[in-house]
Design a protein around this ligand. Structure first.
Ligand code: HAM
Length: 426
């Protein structure tokens, strides 16, 4: 038997209703903040991710699905392609390619699959889904302002509250600008020199190439050493410090709670200044429901104009996991099951189904092969609220038997009152 490959999975009903519910809520909330949807390709040139996410990150150095293009055109031969491991790089590429700066500040959101070759475990998949957003534009459009950071964080708090997710924590840090990081990396190299030989192989490599990445380390034995290392917060210059203070002040003013975490450096290299994660205690080891931050130099590093930006991506798989208990409640079950009694009744039943669906009712249509008893059993199994009996006598009288499957009560309802009667039972 052929099965779905490791790290991928099928999303099945009724859980898919929960995915739709989450996505509809995201579209709704993001719209109120003037975000619009963007859809970028699922694969891009490998260089795009290497240059934005960073060669030294776990994502680029070991987790990407990469292959060589076999196109006919000369320009395609030998070209390296990669399934997107994240979507910020693609959005910034599109921003540059379509000169989106002509519109001022662009507020764009996306929903879609991402791919990373990570070790699968609870809450971690090789194909996973993100709901993300980016606010990017020229500095003249206010894209650099701490007001943008605070607005985005407030939007996320609103979204999680709207879904009824309680118990989230917003962890906040500033990773400064490249100069701050250079000074921090120098201090880290010095601090790591005498201890690095006792650390894991990844940290030994990071200590040379990009010491700040040491904070990504999850190896328990390395933690006491990491705990004593200097932090980026000690190296922020005056503008970065003021920017970060302003973000915090707006958050306090609008009542969004947060916790400062000076170990939070995020696993991607493009970040500058504000970096954040929302975590949730109920998720176990993979407890980050979402992560994001500012990336003020990313556009330039991809050959674009100056375009400060900030964004986030929610791990939709993890978000749905934290909502799963309510899956049954959210799934819209059939409100009425139409049971035609005999082959002659199929046409009338189809007409009624079409009519009721136009009234935004969820309708399941049976067929003549079921007898009354089997129809009612099927209707109950599907969780339908009513069964509608369509027999010869009913068609003649233009009134149909409507059976409430919870109470067992059955009453004849005139055709023109059917939709209202079923809706009233909601
Ligand atoms: P990230 O932290 O790599 O950031 O991913 C964001 C979220 O995606 C994580 O917090 C997690 O919920 C989810 N996630 C990541 N990997 C997996 C996986 N293997 N399985 C399930 N869920 C996963 C980014 O991707 C940035 N592009 C976010 C961003 C947007 N920063 C600025 N703009």
């Amino acid at each position: 038997m052929i099965k779905a490959i490791r790290g991928t999975r099928d999303l099945l009903p009724p859980e898919t209703a929960l995915w739709n519910f989450v996505e509809a809520a995201a579209r709704d909330v993001f719209r109120a903040y003037n975000f619009q949807e963007i859809r970028t390709p699922i694969f891009e040139e490998t260089q795009l991710f290497a240059r934005s996410v960073g060669e030294e990150t776990d994502i680029v150095s070991k987790e990407m699905y990469t292959w060589e293009n076999r196109g006919r055109a000369q320009s395609e031969k030998g070209q390296s392609l990669t399934l997107r491991p994240e979507n910020t790089a693609g959005v910034v590429r599109a921003y540059i390619e379509h000169k989106l700066w002509d519109r001022g500040l662009n507020k764009l959101y996306y929903i879609g699959p991402q791919f990373r070759r990570e070790r699968p475990q609870k809450g971690r998949y090789r194909q996973f889904y993100q709901i993300g957003a980016e606010a990017i534009g020229p500095p003249s459009a206010g894209s650099e302002s701490p007001a943008r950071d605070a607005e985005m964080l407030e939007m996320l708090a609103t979204f999680l509250d709207r879904l009824g997710i309680t118990g989230w924590n917003l962890e906040l840090n500033s990773v400064g600008c490249p100069n701050d990081r250079a000074r921090c990396n120098e201090a880290l190299r010095k601090a790591l020199e005498p201890v690095v030989s006792k650390m894991c192989a990844d940290c030994q490599r990071r200590a040379v190439t990009n010491p700040l990445r040491v904070f990504d380390c999850k190896v328990p034995e390395d933690q006491p050493i990491i705990e004593k290392l200097p932090r980026i917060s000690q190296f922020l210059d005056e503008p970065c410090r003021t920017h970060f203070a302003e973000v915090q002040e707006i958050l306090q003013a609008v009542g969004v709670p947060f916790r400062l975490n000076d170990r939070l450096v995020r696993g991607l290299d493009y970040y500058t200044r504000t970096a954040f994660e929302f975590t949730h205690g109920a998720l176990g080891a993979q407890n980050a429901i979402l992560g994001g931050g500012r990336y003020d130099g990313l556009s330039e590093s991809l050959g674009g104009p100056q375009a400060p930006g900030i964004g986030f991506a929610i791990g939709e798989d993890r978000l749905v996991m934290s909502l799963k208990e309510s899956a049954e409640a959210v799934a819209r079950k059939p409100e009425v099951y139409i049971a035609p009694l005999g082959a002659d009744m199929n046409r009338e039943a189809a007409r009624l189904a079409r009519e009721l669906r136009r009234h935004d009712l969820v309708v399941e249509l049976g067929d003549e092969s079921f007898r009354m008893k089997k129809s009612l059993e099927t209707a109950s199994k599907l969780g339908a609220r009513y069964a509608l009996i369509v027999g010869e006598n009913e068609v003649k009288a233009d009134a149909f038997g409507l059976k409430n499957l919870e109470t067992g009560e059955q009453i004849p309802v005139p055709h023109h009152e059917l939709a209202a009667k079923i809706q009233a039972g909601r």
